[in-house]
Design a binder for this molecule. Structure first.
Ligand SMILES: NC(=O)c1ccc[n+]([C@@H]2O[C@H](COP(=O)([O-])OP(=O)(O)OC[C@H]3O[C@@H](n4cnc5c(N)ncnc54)[C@H](O)[C@@H]3O)[C@@H](O)[C@H]2O)c1
Ligand SMILES: O=C(O)C[C@H](O)C(=O)O
Ligand SMILES: [Mn+2]
Length: 541
């Protein structure tokens, strides 16, 4: 039997003051706790008061992380009661503050696995030690080269993996004992970190090329060997690595890249919601993606997939998608295109003054997009001039400034509503409060992959999916995209985060059904709903 301190210091076992007198007797805890036995609701009430007393969002997050490290059941019980309030604290945008001061605030490794590029022989032991005998079914791994829009954060980026997993459990009900956050510390090119005596990661430049991919491969092999049933979620890898890694493994194991696919899916769902509200057809839209990186090209691919499913040829569908990056509109002769960008370039002959299309403003004026998506990390890039030009050529301009965190968003929802006299259909990467304009209250959808990946991942896990394919991705997009309330003026293009547990369940069921329909399940499962229900973890003692 474990010692009292092993129980009280283990967040998966600890119930604190909720241990009953009988449990205290049998577990050797007599006298180790104050005499009152509390219910989980009483504990949650006390914890919520503590939370409210913290003066800043970062301080609130630090308090919640202490609770998470002490008692995971209580943490998730409390988060379940305040999910919309806690999301921006444990997750984006406050997670970005915690990453920016991770090494300075470090207290607890939060059960993550820390892989070092300098010790590839330790990878298997690292995963085994961090799992500590737990039956791992879900891994979120990051090398933190492209954390949100704030760049390279080395080992400090591990908090995004921890934060994504917290959302998985809160939104979908994944057992927190079955998840593992993994940091791959490949070095960092962030000079500030390299110069910081308190920095906790490897103090050298990022390892790239064969040596880097060899470490990724050894990690995948080790996680497959140790946790053959686990779903593998890639997060915030750099633009040059993210797609290469995904393409290498996506047909071999149950895996997805959240920035490429999760983002593509949530954006398509938001566009489908916008089409419902505007009573328009997706085939008639002209899409412009500003910031043609990992997320931007994932979005372009998911839109392309949808357009072809509605009957357009690939060539005709690509004609409706325009990618803009630092160079301006991307042409087939633009230098330094990435592999993903090459799929979405234009021919100069399509435009009268192609050489002038070197800015977003010029591209918008030439193309008149009806849908504008921002994944550029360029704050304020969606100017009044751009938005008014769009609004002059379409009745309901669809505009999603998605760059995170808050300081990087391409526009503010309130400005977009005002500049278009209330006609814009808006979603933002971070949560945005309602906007009231000329007597109408506009709800702003959160165009964040957090609306998608928990349900997607849970459905794949419950169905024991062998791989994730385009069919299942599309089914999940339609599950989320079909949930808008089109009857209200000012309705959001995506359902509110306050309903995240309900719609994550819907997405999970649709995803699991799609896996079963295609016979992509490892285990003999016949009832998707039942499989999802059976896997759901509830934060009660
Ligand atoms: N809301 C969401 O769910 C979600 C999901 C993923 C990413 N994002 C956000 O999208 C942004 C990009 O993330 P990513 O992972 O794709 O990064 P990335 O580095 O892969 O892509 C960013 C792209 O923007 C381009 N860019 C930079 N400066 C530019 C400029 N001045 N003009 C035009 N393009 C410019 C870069 O060249 C690059 O191609 C981040 O802020 C991230 O937080 C949001
Ligand atoms: O983490 C987020 O908030 C969404 C997304 O994965 C991002 O990288 O910005
Ligand atoms: Mn991300």
């Amino acid at each position: 039997m474990p010692q009292a301190d092993e129980i009280l210091n283990n967040p998966f076992l600890n119930k604190g003051t909720a241990f009953t007198q009988a449990e205290r007797q049998t577990l050797g805890l007599v006298g180790t706790l104050p005499s009152q036995v509390q219910t989980i609701d009483e504990q949650a009430q006390q914890a919520y008061l503590q939370f409210q007393n913290r003066p800043t969002n970062l301080a609130k997050r630090l308090y919640l992380m202490d609770l998470f490290n002490e008692n995971r059941t209580l943490f998730f019980h409390l988060m379940g009661e305040h999910v919309a309030e806690f999301m921006p604290i444990v997750y984006d945008p406050t997670v970005s503050d915690s990453i920016e001061s991770y090494s300075h605030l470090f207290k607890d490794p939060q059960d993550a696995a820390f892989i070092s590029v300098d010790a590839p022989d330790d990878i298997e032991a690292t995963l085994r030690n961090a799992a500590n005998g737990r039956d791992i079914r879900l891994i979120v791994v990051t090398d933190a080269e492209g954390i949100l829009g704030i760049g390279d954060w080395g080992v400090d980026g591990v908090d995004i993996a921890v934060g994504k997993l917290m959302v998985y459990t809160a939104a979908a009900g994944i057992n927190p004992a079955q998840v593992l956050a993994v940091s791959i510390d490949a070095g960092t090119n962030n000079q500030k970190l390299l110069n910081d005596p308190l920095y906790l990661g490897n103090r050298h430049a990022r390892v790239t090329g064969d040596a880097y991919y060899a470490v990724i491969d050894r990690f995948v092999q080790a996680e497959q060997k140790l946790f053959p049933d686990a779903l593998l979620h890639w997060e915030d890898f750099g633009r040059d690595h993210a797609k290469v890694i995904l393409d290498k493994y996506k047909d071999r194991l149950a895996t997805f890249n959240d920035d490429i696919q999760g983002t593509g899916m949530v954006v398509l769902a938001g566009v489908l919601g916008a089409m419902n509200i505007a009573h328009e057809n997706i085939q008639d839209q002209k899409f412009m993606v500003f910031g043609a990186g990992t997320a931007g090209m994932g979005i372009a691919s998911q839109i392309l997939d949808e357009l072809t499913r509605t009957g357009l040829s690939v060539a005709a569908a690509k004609q409706r998608i325009y990618a803009v990056d630092k160079q301006g509109l991307l042409f087939n002769d633009t230098p330094d295109l990435t592999a993903a960008q090459r799929e979405f370039t234009r021919d100069r002959s399509e435009f009268r003054q192609a050489d002038a299309l070197t800015t977003l403003t010029a591209a918008v004026k030439a193309v008149h997009p009806t849908v504008l998506i921002g994944t550029s990390t360029q704050p304020g890039a969606f100017t009044e001039e751009i938005v008014k030009d769009m609004a002059a050529h379409t009745s309901r301009p669809v505009i999603f400034p998605l760059s995170n965190p808050t300081k990087l968003a391409e526009a503010k929802a309130a400005d977009l509503i005002a500049w278009t006299s209330g006609r814009a259909l808006v979603a933002t990467g971070i949560p945005t409060p309602d906007v009231t304009y000329r007597g109408v209250t506009y709800q702003i959808g959160q165009g964040n992959n957090a609306l998608m990946y928990p349900g997607l991942g849970f459905g794949l896990m419950a169905a024991t999916a062998k791989v994730l394919n385009g069919e299942t991705l599309s089914a999940a997009c339609h599950a989320l995209g079909g949930l808008v309330d089109t009857t209200q003026p000012g309705a959001a293009v995506l359902p509110p985060v306050s309903q995240i547990t309900a719609f994550s369940q819907t997405i999970a069921e649709v995803v699991a059904q799609s896996v079963l329909d295609q016979q992509l399940n490892r285990e003999p499962i016949t009832d998707a709903k039942q499989a999802v229900a059976a896997m759901k973890w509830v934060p009660e003692y």
